[in-house]
Ligand binder design. Sequence first.
Ligand code: ZN
Length: 292
Amino acid sequence: MRDFSKDLQWLSINTATVKMSKGKEFPLDQIIDACVRRNIRAISPWREQVKAVGIDRVAKLVRANNLALSGYCRGGMFTYSDDKGMLAAREDNRRAVDEAAQLGATCLVLVVGGLPGALNGKAAHNDIALSRQQVHDGIGELLDYARSMCIPLAIEPLHPMYAADRSCVNTMRHALDICDELDPNLSGSIGVAVDVYHVWWDPSLKQQIERAGPKRLHAFHVCDWLTPTRDLLNDRGMMGDGVINIPMIRGWMEAQGYNGFSEVEIFSSGNWWQCDAETTLDVCIERHHARV
Ligand code: ZN
């Protein structure tokens, strides 16, 4: 296993982790500056953060500072209740691929969507099988375009608590089934983003990581599962503060040849987003050395 204890070579910061500083928005250009000052080599930005600063400016900053992008967050939300919704999802995902290409991201992370409308409080139906079919077809359609732009897709299975509103793909097994159906030749153009927060509980996690192998393991996201968890979305913990055995999971990934970045992704409205982002970054570094 790679030694993370001494340097920052494989640390990436998902920029949602420091999107707020002391409860106020912390813009992406300042996040990049704070990362560069610490010799952090990689980030994974969110589309709305990029948009707020302007993609041309972000692309310039990324290149000027020789930053890598361990991923781009995010595409997906493939489910719909009418043709208009289908076309909008298709269009938006192609734009996400274009942006990922402009920024030089290693992959586009996909959060695939749940029941259409559920995220806004009113699901259009309760047919999760239909949603799953739309997700399968939507990814298949996007894959051709993503291949033409040389942007690998990374399906991120989400914890089952998000099945209704954010993702009806909730296990590594399901995500890999989709990969195998759409890409039987293991081209590397589609794989999974393994986020410990979503998959740590899965009794078949090790087996599914082995099944994925190096061609399908596109990203590794780390944070921790707090007990108790006070908010289903925005109460993720700093590595070492919760119950996930992160080094064990990283070991399984690396045994399969995964040698990419380890991306710290913490949504924490009650804790880390209330802290000074500079402090949060320092703690991310320290914990990445010791607890990942
Ligand atoms: Zn993630």
